[in-house]
Write a protein of this length. Structure first.
Length: 79
């Protein structure tokens, strides 16, 4: 018979703000046709694509913003 000892630990999930963390990125997709804009580091640049797309497709009035934000898990105390 083998014996095992299990230890449990608390963890916190939080946005990764470390200096080496991946950058937060933004993009927008047209909800009508599915076409997507460029991946950028600012919402302004992502929003500019909407204006361009709307100029080409004036009936496309619905869009989605997609944000990619890095997270990390921080180990806490042992229980």
């Amino acid at each position: 018979m083998s014996r095992s000892v299990h230890r449990f630990r608390e963890y916190t999930i939080e946005p990764d703000t470390e200096p080496d963390a991946e950058v937060i990125t933004f993009t927008v997709h047209c909800a009508v046709c599915g076409e997507g804009g460029p991946i950028t580091e600012t919402t302004d640049a992502a929003g500019e694509w909407i204006v361009t797309h709307l100029g080409e497709q004036p009936e496309h009035l619905s869009y989605r913003e997609i944000v990619t934000r890095p997270y990390r898990v921080a180990p806490g105390r042992w229980l």
